[in-house]
Design a protein around this ligand. Structure first.
Ligand SMILES: [Zn+2]
Ligand SMILES: [Zn+2]
Length: 171
């Protein structure tokens, strides 16, 4: 139902021979996929369920994929796992369709790639953190505090005008 070159094209024509309520699952498992122009995903896994409704074909998907991000605290490149979902209705042309509706093409072939690209990018965190509790970089010498004890942090804590406040808050 899918081709390796265009894994996100789905041929849905066969669904039209089935009654309302029928659904079909399309599993995805791609070790590596580049989504033009610049989105490189690894371990792309997903399940798309296409169901026939009176109004059209309802496409529901859940996806996950890995990509490299730079930690906003320690600036290390790390592998981040994205999770996202999609729901789109491809309306039948002969029903009353509003302007905003996606319309199922005559050949019933649809391309999920634009949705995958957009939703994957939306799932990328604005402030990526490599792991919970990442200590970040030393503000004095720039050392990665996850791997180095440069000692500056202890000094900063003592001399910081906020340390008194911090002590108060911790009480
Ligand atoms: Zn980090
Ligand atoms: Zn330091």
């Amino acid at each position: 139902m899918t081709t390796p070159q265009h894994p996100f094209w789905l041929n849905l024509g066969f669904l039209l021979n089935h009654p309302v309520g029928y659904s079909h699952e399309f599993p995805f498992d791609l070790p590596q996929i580049q989504i033009p122009d610049d989105l490189d995903l690894r371990h792309f896994r997903g399940l798309v369920t296409v169901g026939r409704t009176p109004q059209g074909l309802l496409v529901q998907g859940t996806f996950q994929a890995d990509l490299d991000l730079e930690c906003a605290r320690c600036l290390t490149t790390y592998e981040h796992t994205l999770h996202w979902e999609m729901t789109e209705l491809y309306a039948f042309r002969n029903r009353s369709t509003s302007e905003s509706d996606l319309v199922l093409p005559k050949d019933a072939r649809i391309d999920l790639q634009p949705f995958i690209r957009e939703d994957a990018l939306l799932a990328v965190p604005i402030t990526p953190i490599c792991k919970p509790g990442c200590k970040g970089l030393c503000q004095v010498c720039g050392a990665d505090l996850n791997t180095t004890e440069c000692g500056h942090q202890a000094q900063l804590d003592k001399s910081s005008p906020f340390s008194a406040l911090k002590n108060l808050l911790e009480k």
